[in-house]
Design a protein. Structure first.
Lengths: 548, 60
């Protein structure tokens, strides 16, 4: 007679094991398979990241539950596209490590499997790391909760992932999947694209391709001069092509010489949940003030969040006193496949030697804003490499046509009108200079917000809720201190010729009355033809006194 | 909500209208437009993609 309890115990043992979280235990699990060895794992920058993240100063991980056999769709596609044809018998299944911030014993976990409700387990759940059965590039699909979204740290390009662990339904909120390049199906460009598509796939409803499919589609029309698999990387054009292949349009921006404009653009798209791909050049910190490249390679990361660590907004430029909320960004959070998910990159001011026409350093030094990175140099030191951004790709739904700069120009003009004309001449009295929050928003999110808004009078709220708006809207919101003053809404799906201004939302009665009267007094035909058409649209809206 | 009474804000609004209608008001609005043009030109330059750099067959 078979002892069923022994059989079940064997099943338990075969399927998973529990371990207390320590960084050494994690290293042991990561290197505990046929192809890897601890010396190959030891050098990984990801371990430094995990050590910080899981520590008591981070999320405070206590328990790891290791699923011994986990079929990961992305690895499986990479496996069928490459590894299966190797002579070496690579495994098709991965391991998955689940992390919890509470002590869980083996007996307690068994009770969950046997039917205990999972509320407590869910509360303790941090997320998971998939371990690929490869020699070194073992970090597969990883979903780890972000630190709490507070006034400073913002992770807008995140979503919820459902997890099924032996029938237990768990979820990881506020995260975005990450994986390191395997240097076969993907390099850093493919890994960054893969992470970005994890968010845009949900946002714009497109299929989310695996790394091998991204690499193949990127190199299909614009082949490399060398083989595409194993992959040593993609060119910028190939990355743009990969974005088109999922049905999105790659908007490229640079802003190399204008940090304020770069921050404003990153913020505007990120706040709406769209992550961006940033191409960066690597430089050696030790060589400063000379600019010395770290190797000849470039690097690509997915920008997924930002920190508003600068307390007060900074004036946009010497020609405009415009204050943008985005100017408070001091750090970016990026999925850097060589470091980890939501890795910090901090804006830093350095002095560099100016170069002459032949490219030689002169003795004159000029200030430059760069981004610090957590990448390791050849000696394995962290902090010795900084980066300078080159191009940023925004993967956009094709109907989002109006570029950010056009909207910003409207905000600059209206900010000047309110602050430099109406307030300066004492027709208006605002407690603080306006701070503008310019970003993309969907009609659904806007209406949800209007519905919850307690400042707007009920009549105004109802009128706005019943008004038809386009699906994507550029919103320029202005605040005086903590008080909402005025929103300018623009149709993001319109064309740039003519006015794409939709309407304002007026929160402040004084501003509404004075703006309406002032605009009534403006003779539009006498205005400079250089004024953007949408600004005329704004004046025209007030002129016709459509405010209710 | 207004922190002034109705008459006070209406007087200010009427004064704003009158000022904007005046030559100095119109000239201030047009000066503002010139500033925006300058900023716009700077923005276009700053946002320009270095096509040569992009087309370099550099992979990453």
């Amino acid at each position: 007679m078979i002892d069923r309890s022994l059989c079940i115990e064997a099943f338990f043992m075969e399927s998973y094991f529990l371990k207390q979280y320590t960084i050494d235990n994690l290293k042991e699990i990561l290197s505990d398979h046929d192809y890897s060895a601890s010396h190959l794992i030891e050098d990984k920058t990801h371990l430094i990241y995990f050590n910080d993240y899981f520590s008591d100063l981070g999320v405070g991980a206590q328990t790891m539950i290791v699923e011994n056999r986990y079929i990961d769709r992305d690895y499986l596609e990479d496996f069928s596209g490459y590894y299966i044809r190797c002579f070496e018998d690579y495994e098709r299944s991965c391991r998955r490590i689940h992390f919890f911030d509470q002590r869980i014993t083996d007996d307690e976990f068994k009770e969950y499997i046997k039917g205990k409700t999972t509320d407590e387990l869910q509360d303790a759940y941090i997320g998971f790391v998939t371990v690929r059965p490869l020699p070194k590039t073992i970090i597969g699909r990883t979903c780890l909760s972000t630190y709490k979204d507070d006034d400073r740290r913002k992770y807008p390009a995140t979503r919820t992932y459902s997890v099924n662990l032996f029938g237990l339904s768990l979820k990881v909120d506020n995260t975005l999947a990450f994986q390191e390049q395997d240097r076969v199906a993907s390099a850093c460009a493919t890994s960054a694209l893969w992470s970005v598509f994890q968010a845009t796939g949900k946002l714009f409803e497109h299929s989310i391709p695996s790394p091998v499919v991204i690499t193949e589609s990127a190199t299909k029309q614009i082949p490399l001069d060398s083989r595409s698999l194993p992959n040593n990387g993609l060119t910028a054009e190939q990355m743009a092509y990969a974005v088109r292949e999922v049905g999105l349009e790659p908007l490229s921006i640079s802003a190399r010489g204008n940090t304020g404009l770069l921050k404003a653009q990153l913020y505007a798209y990120l706040k709406s949940g769209i992550p961006l791909i940033m191409i960066i050049d690597l430089y050696e910190t030790k060589a400063l003030p000379s600019l010395s490249r770290f190797g000849n390679e470039r690097h690509a990361v997915a920008v997924t969040g930002f920190s508003l660590g600068t307390p007060i907004p900074i004036q946009y430029s010497q020609h405009s006193k415009l204050l943008l909320k985005s100017s408070r960004i001091d750090k970016l959070y990026v999925h850097d496949d060589q470091v980890g998910p939501f890795a910090r990159m901090e804006f830093k001011n350095v002095n560099v030697k100016q170069r002459d026409l032949t490219g030689e350093d002169t003795n004159e030094e000029i200030p430059l804003t760069v981004l610090d990175s957590s990448l390791r140099d050849v000696e394995g030191s962290v902090g010795d490499i900084f980066t300078i951004w080159d191009t940023v790709y925004v993967p956009l739904y094709h109907k989002i046509r109006i570029p950010f700069q056009s909207v910003l120009l409207n905000a600059i003009y209206i900010d000047g009108f309110i602050n430099e004309i109406l307030t300066k001449n004492k027709f208006l009295n605002l407690a603080d200079r306006l701070v503008w929050d310019v970003y993309l928003i969907t009609v659904n999110d806007l209406k949800n917000e209007i519905r919850e808004n307690s400042i707007l009078h009920e009549d105004k709220r109802i009128e706005l809720l019943l008004t038809n708006f386009p699906k994507y809207i550029w919103r320029a919101s202005s605040y005086s201190g903590d008080n909402q003053v005025l929103d300018l809404l623009f149709d993001a799906t319109d064309i740039e010729q003519g006015s794409y201004f939709e309407r304002p939302i007026l929160y402040n009665d004084d501003v509404e009355i004075v703006m309406t009267a002032a605009c009534e007094g403006i003779n539009i035909s006498s205005l400079s033809k250089k004024i953007p058409d949408s600004v005329i649209g704004i004046i025209d809206w007030f002129k016709n006194n459509k405010t209710k | 909500m207004s922190d002034k009474n109705d008459t006070e804000i209406e007087i200010l609004a009427a004064a704003a209208k009158e000022w904007v209608e005046s030559t100095s008001g119109m000239s201030a609005l047009n000066d503002l437009a010139e500033k925006v043009v300058l900023i716009s030109e700077g923005m276009t330059k700053d946002n320009q993609i270095d096509q040569v750099s992009l087309r370099k067959p550099v992979t990453f």
